[in-house]
Design a protein around this ligand. Structure first.
Ligand SMILES: [Zn+2]
Length: 186
C-alpha cells in the first residue's frame, strides 16, 4: 500500500473536459488541507456560491468512489480534507452520473499526484511500537492510542499529523492507516 497525504494546504483543479467537439464539462477548484482528525479523505460541504447545491450529492459520491478506487489500486489517502471552492458545469452535462464520474477520476488522478508521500521511516517500527500496535489490533483499547503515539515519538517519529491522529481520534478500528503503515493490512 502506498500512503499519501496533504502536508500543506493546496488548491487542486478539477480539469475541464470536452467530448467530441460538443461542450460537455465539469470543472472547478478544491482546497485540500491536512486534517489529523480525518481517517482517510473527507469532503467538507461548505457553502460556496459557485458550487451548485444540486451537484453536491453527486460530487460527494464521486469523492467516496475516488477514495475507494485508490484503495483498490493499492493507494491510500490519509488525513486529507477537501473543500470545494468553485464548481462549474455546462448545461449539456448536468447528470449525476457525469458529476460523479468526473469527481472520481479527479480524486484518483489529480488529487493523488498533488499529495505527498508520507515520509515514514522503517526505524520507527521499534519492537515496542510494533508490540503496542499488535495489542491494539486485537483489543481495540482506545487508551492504547496515546501510548502508541508516545512510543512512536520515542522511536524518533516526528510527523505531527500522525502523532496528533493517534492522540485525538477516539477510535480507528481495523481500517486505521497508521496501523496499516506499521503492520500492513488488517
Ligand atoms: Zn486512524
Amino acid at each position: 500500500m502506498e500512503f499519501r497525504t496533504i502536508l500543506a494546504p493546496i488548491e487542486v483543479r478539477l480539469p475541464i473536459v470536452s467530448h467530441g467537439g460538443r461542450a460537455r464539462y465539469l470543472g472547478g477548484a478544491f482546497r485540500a488541507a491536512p486534517d489529523p482528525l480525518v481517517e482517510g479523505l473527507a469532503l467538507i460541504q461548505k457553502r460556496c456560491p459557485s458550487f451548485p447545491l444540486e451537484l453536491q450529492p453527486a460530487v460527494a459520491a464521486g469523492v467516496a468512489e475516488g477514495f475507494a478506487e485508490t484503495l483498490t489500486n493499492g493507494r491510500r489517502f490519509c488525513c486529507a480534507r477537501l473543500e470545494p471552492d468553485l464548481l462549474k458545469y455546462h448545461d449539456v452535462d448536468t447528470t449525476d452520473e457525469a458529476c460523479r464520474t468526473r469527481t472520481r477520476s479527479f480524486i484518483s488522478s489529480c488529487l493523488w499526484h498533488a499529495a505527498d508521500p508520507i515520509p515514514f521511516a522503517e526505524a520507527w517500527k521499534a519492537a515496542g511500537v510494533l508490540g503496542l500496535a499488535q495489542a491494539y489490533r486485537s483489543t481495540a483499547e482506545a487508551d492504547a492510542l496515546p501510548v502508541l503515539a508516545d512510543a512512536l515519538e520515542e522511536a524518533g517519529c516526528d510527523l505531527p499529523f500522525l502523532l496528533k491522529h493517534l492522540r485525538t481520534c477516539p477510535d480507528h478500528g481495523e481500517s486505521c492507516w497508521v496501523f496499516e503503515l506499521l503492520l500492513g493490512p488488517a
